[in-house]
Design a protein around this ligand. Structure first.
Ligand SMILES: Nc1nc(=O)c2c([nH]1)NC[C@@H]1CN(c3ccc(C(=O)N[C@@H](CCC(=O)O)C(=O)O)cc3)CN21
Ligand SMILES: CC(C)C(=O)C(=O)O
Ligand SMILES: [Mg+2]
Length: 274
């Protein structure tokens, strides 16, 4: 459909260096989830710099009620599909529930994702992950650490709840962020934390930050594609905005998302937490 490269907005491959430069120059980083080749191609056309093969696929593709049933084989299958549809975006893939509970096991599973086509792997957790992040980093695997509301811990949290609300919880998130950066994390992703804390953390760490429900101060933004196209199966979280409105097609919805993240009209105050 879009085999003509001239239609694509990303003219050269997005790398970790590109993303670091964007943080330094305060240009917002855009990210959307994708799980297949076709949507990935449309995201390339719209200029979405980074694509997350999220374990949210368990919910929006497989129809599970959480991300826990997703396997590393599922993640590899979708990463390979995204890779085949991709030209220049940077691909991050989630490590599935319990696929990184021990460092050596994490290395074996991260290797599978990298061989399937990921440019970086994402793991949920805090300081306890430092040894694993260090091992992956030393072996040449870029790592994104996902903090705040970590959906694989939903049963421990007792629901999808905003994190980092008390001063103690906010201080702990800062310490954990610094520990993970010291261990080699290249990107930090914050989910469902107060907007002010998103700002504090983004200013405190030297690596790019990406937020979802973390306010407009993070270096980048991510949304689950289905949510921003208005085809969420269940309850719609507060941080979601439907971009498939006003007679837009899917490409135009992705373009509107890129524009609003770049000019900081998305997320607005109504999409954040106090
Ligand atoms: N479609 C979809 N979108 C997502 O963003 C997403 C998934 N699936 N699956 C995995 C996780 C689960 N996520 C979620 C799910 C629900 C809320 C939610 O309802 N949050 C409440 C906050 C409640 C509070 O105030 O503590 C909200 O109102 O937004 C947040 C993140 C994010 N991820
Ligand atoms: C919600 C994002 C950050 C994610 O981890 C996913 O899509 O799985
Ligand atoms: Mg995930």
């Amino acid at each position: 459909m879009y085999s003509d490269n001239s239609q694509r907005k990303l003219t050269k491959p997005v790398t970790l260096s590109t993303l670091r430069k964007m943080k330094a120059e305060k240009e917002k980083i855009t990210c959307l989830t994708s799980y297949d080749a076709s949507f990935t191609n449309v995201m390339n056309v719209a200029g979405v710099e980074t694509i997350l093969v999220g374990d949210s696929l368990g919910m929006v593709v497989q129809g599970q009620d959480s991300t826990l049933p997703v396997t590393i084989e599922d993640m590899c299958y979708h990463t390979a599909a995204v890779k085949r549809g991709n030209t220049n975006a940077f691909i991050l893939s989630d490590m599935s529930f319990m696929s990184y509970s021990k460092p050596e096991q994490a290395l074996d599973n991260a290797a599978k994702l990298m061989q399937a086509g990921a440019n970086m792997v994402k793991l949920e957790g805090g300081s306890w992950l430092a040894d694993t992040v260090k091992l992956l980093s030393q072996r040449g695997i870029p790592v994104c650490a996902h903090l705040g509301l970590t959906p694989q811990s939903v049963h421990k949290f007792g629901g999808y709840k905003v994190q980092g609300k008390s001063q103690d919880a906010a201080d702990l998130l800062l310490q954990e962020s610094l520990d993970l950066v010291a261990a080699g994390a290249d990107i930090l992703l914050y989910e469902c934390i107060p907007t002010g804390l998103g700002k504090t953390l983004t200013e405190a760490v030297p690596v790019p930050t990406i937020g979802i429900g973390a306010g407009h101060h993070t270096d980048g933004q991510v949304l689950v594609m289905h949510d921003m196209l208005g085809i969420n199966l269940g309850h719609t979280p507060k941080f979601v905005k439907n971009f498939l409105i006003d007679g837009r097609n899917v490409t135009q919805a992705f373009e509107a998302y890129v524009k609003e993240v770049k000019d900081m009209t998305f997320p607005g105050p109504e999409h954040g937490f106090k």
